[in-house]
Unconditional design. Structure first.
Length: 128
């Protein structure tokens, strides 16, 4: 992954979201150790304090927990927490934007639903 250092989203948020995605994709499992702040700093060529800030966000949200002297590990409810958070924060905003744009373009609900079905079918086809 490449960090967007020119974007509006802070790097520590991008780090936290990247780790969340790694968890959702199954690359880091429940109970497994996540990257340390120093590993993240080296991977992304950033300050370790920035990486630590991203890890702190995940700990505050109960996605990871700290074992003193051993590092951070993925919590049991991590997947559910991440999915719920992303549905609320990201998906709902995207849907609202999509519906507003559909209204501007005078796209009916039926047309919009059909477009979503087609898009979902394409994505399912790409997985196979």
């Amino acid at each position: 992954m490449n960090l967007n250092t020119d974007g509006a989203k802070p790097i520590y948020i991008q780090i936290a979201e990247w780790i969340e995605t790694e968890i959702l994709n199954g690359n880091i499992g429940i109970g497994e150790k996540v990257y340390s702040q120093y590993q993240l700093a080296e991977m992304f060529n950033i300050n370790p304090a920035t990486a630590a800030k991203g890890l702190t966000i995940l700990a505050d949200e109960n996605i990871v927990f700290k074992k003193r002297g051993l590092g951070m590990f993925v919590t049991e409810p991590a997947n559910a927490i991440i999915r719920s958070k992303r549905k609320e924060l990201m998906l709902n905003h995207l849907v609202i934007d999509l519906v507003r744009e559909a209204e501007r373009l005078q796209v009916s609900q039926i047309e919009l639903f059909e477009m979503i079905k087609v898009a979902m079918s394409k994505i399912e086809g790409e997985k196979q």
